[in-house]
Write a protein that binds this ligand. Structure first.
Ligand code: G3P
Length: 220
């Protein structure tokens, strides 16, 4: 499974990129707004940091304007994937411009039926939101399982990008469900490293080695 960072924060992206395990980035208008830099400018900066697909979302809601915005965003860098919302206008834009070779990420997907429409429109990614379902006491991961199954049934090429992942457990479950990509906040990527037995084991290894080979303390 590819791991994307779901952030527009450059420090987080630099740290993640330095670990050598980040395959791409997703952003949304809320994440860009948090950084206080306009969309196109911030996306260009992100493309310089991470060598992978970078999702940049349109903010128009009407098809004609979405088309203009999609052209603009896709011209920023060859790695840009244009994100459109799962609406009639979004799907129309995706269907039209996918034929011209622009890659789309259809976002705000909350049902298998919506995912089917995105695949038929030629989307490169579908973004089902897991955590926001969990927020309303509904198991979000079931949506990932259903979409993976539907895409397999018909050989759709659209990749399932599990979004709104909030914990290492979510990431592991999305991988088990067969998601092609998981996008996660920096904090969750950082948490994925942790295990108390790793820390305990390392401490013991180093203590044993030091006991055997470190010079004896002075005076002994
Ligand atoms: O970028 C979309 C998605 O990952 C948002 O996550 O935590 O705001 O539901 P969240």
């Amino acid at each position: 499974m590819k791991l994307f960072l779901d952030t527009a924060n450059l420090d987080e992206l630099r740290k993640g990129a330095a670990w050598g395990i980040v395959d791409g980035v997703t952003t949304n208008p809320s994440l860009i707004a948090k950084e206080g830099v306009p969309m196109e400018q911030q996306i260009a900066r992100i493309c310089e940091i991470v060598d992978g697909e970078i999702s940049a979302e349109v903010v128009s809601t009407k098809h004609a304007e979405m088309v203009e915005e999609a052209y603009k965003l896709s011209r920023i860098h060859k790695h840009v994937v244009v994100k459109v919302p799962m609406t009639r206008d979004g799907i129309q834009t995706c269907a039209k411009l996918s034929k011209e070779g622009i890659r789309f990420n259809v976002t705000l997907c909350f049902s298998p039926a919506q995912a089917l429409l995105a695949a038929k429109a030629g989307a490169h990614f579908i973004s089902p939101f897991v955590g926001r379902f969990d927020d309303i006491a509904t198991e979000g991961m079931e949506l990932i399982r259903q979409i993976v199954k539907i895409y397999q049934n018909y050989g759709f090429k659209t990749q399932v990008l599990a979004a709104s992942l909030r914990s290492p457990l979510h990431v592991a479950q999305a991988a088990l469900a067969g998601a092609h990509v998981g996008t996660l906040p920096f904090k969750v990527l950082d948490q994925m490293f942790n295990h108390p037995l790793t820390d305990k084991g390392l401490e013991q290894f180093l203590k044993d080695y030091a006991k055997a080979f470190d010079p004896a303390p002075a005076g002994r």
